[in-house]
Design a protein around this ligand. Structure first.
Ligand code: CTP
Length: 372
């Protein structure tokens, strides 16, 4: 994909190297474009070096798939929002990344234009004022520009990460889930136009702050169930990817448990609620996707689990297989559908695996929306 990166040379250009690196890490070509108003200090040579592509000055843009205006300071934002401000012959979708909270008019309702939300303070350390969306947010918005919008108008709930079941104020039971697969699903659904609610346990990864992606942090299985049920009614699709603890301590001690004199310590555990099975038993429920992390007999366990939890699609992976375990960037998923079909996906990045799962959801959705 080819991206034109339009900059006006203001102080916010200090944020450009990290953004350019993030765009290029995805394999996208970045062509820097300097506007006629760009400050001479911007450094066309440095920008060209960072992008690996000669800077284009003023005039018409090169032919690209997406134009990114970043950082977009207040004066440029105002110019872009003027009736004649559609840019010098800009074609294709445009992502505008403002650096300051400038007033925004309806100009951004133009087809194909997206306005990035404000991000963290650029200067950090409690100094506020200059805000720009993170490189990850910009990359997600760019990817959304070229994604099929086949989940537009669809509400999608995703659960992700582990749950933590507290034993006392300092200890808890949990598992190795990083949350990467659940986050990949939430982001893929968002890029395809879905309105996403992400209910997640403690994650090892950051959630990009995107509009229409609502993150609901929880800790325990019971909290996750409450958050899921509170949101379930409004959803068209629910994808339960979280590694929910199956057991929790029968009691959580108010004070730290002391080891005492004994040689051992016995914990009494009780079952947590099964969130997927609870949703599966609802008379009116969203299209339901479950996950199954297995270490052996994957097919038999997956078939049994799909039926017992009454989900429409079950995604199973063998966590002992290289590249399919916890905390890695890839996954090999086998899909078990309600109609009995079994589809083995190849080893894919979690982002690509998420797209393939959503392809199946989208294909089934019109039927699912009609069913009780
Ligand atoms: N799940 C859930 N609530 C639980 C346990 C699991 O909603 N208390 C969901 C998971 O999010 C996943 C699916 O059920 O979508 C399967 O989870 P898994 O742990 O593989 O299945 P279990 O039912 O726990 O079976 P087992 O541990 O015996 O393999």
């Amino acid at each position: 994909m080819r991206i034109a990166l339009v900059s006006d040379g203001g102080i916010g250009c200090g944020a450009l190297p990290a953004l350019i690196a993030a765009l290029r890490r995805r394999g996208w070509s970045v062509i820097p474009v300097l506007l006629p108003v760009s400050a001479p200090g911007l450094g066309a040579a440095l920008l060209s070096d960072l992008c690996g592509s000669a800077a284009v000055s003023g005039g018409a843009l090169p032919a690209v798939d997406v134009t990114v205006v970043a950082p977009c300071e207040a004066s440029l934002l105002a110019a872009l929002q003027a009736p004649s401000g559609s840019g010098p012959g800009w074609r294709g979708p445009v992502v505008v990344v403002p650096i300051a909270a400038a007033p925004v008019t309806t100009a951004f309702q133009r087809a194909g234009w997206r306005l990035a939300p404000p991000g963290e303070p650029l200067l950090g350390g409690g100094v506020t004022g200059l805000l720009m969306a993170s490189p990850e947010v910009v990359c997600q918005m760019v990817a959304a520009c070229v994604a099929p919008q086949d989940l537009a108008g669809t509400r999608v709930l995703v659960t992700a990460g582990p749950t933590c079941e507290d034993l006392d104020p300092v200890r808890f039971l949990s598992n190795r889930s990083s949350g990467l697969m659940g986050l990949a699903l939430a982001l893929a659904a968002w890029r395809r136009g879905g309105r996403v609610t992400l209910v997640h346990g403690p994650l090892q990864v950051d959630i990009p702050r995107l509009p229409e992606l609502q993150a609901v942090p929880v800790r325990s299985a019971r909290e996750m169930q409450a958050a899921v049920l509170a949101n379930a009614d409004a959803q068209h699709v629910a994808i339960l990817c979280a590694a929910v603890a199956d057991f929790m301590p029968a009691h959580c001690a108010e004070r730290k448990i002391k080891k005492g004199d004994g040689a051992g310590y016995a914990l009494e555990l009780v079952r947590t609620p099964d969130i997927l099975a609870t949703l599966g038993a609802l008379p009116r429920r969203p299209f339901l996707v479950g996950f199954a992390a297995e270490t052996h007999d994957l097919h038999a366990h997956a078939l049994e689990k799909r039926q017992r939890k009454n989900c429409d699609l079950l995604c199973a992976n063998d966590v002992t297989e290289p590249g399919s375990g916890f905390g890695v960037a890839t996954n090999r998923i086998t899909l078990f559908a309600r109609d009995g079909s079994v589809t083995a996906l190849p080893l894919l990045s979690k982002a690509d695996a998420a797209e393939r799962v959503l392809d199946r959801v989208v294909a089934a959705l019109p039927v699912a929306r009609l069913s009780p």
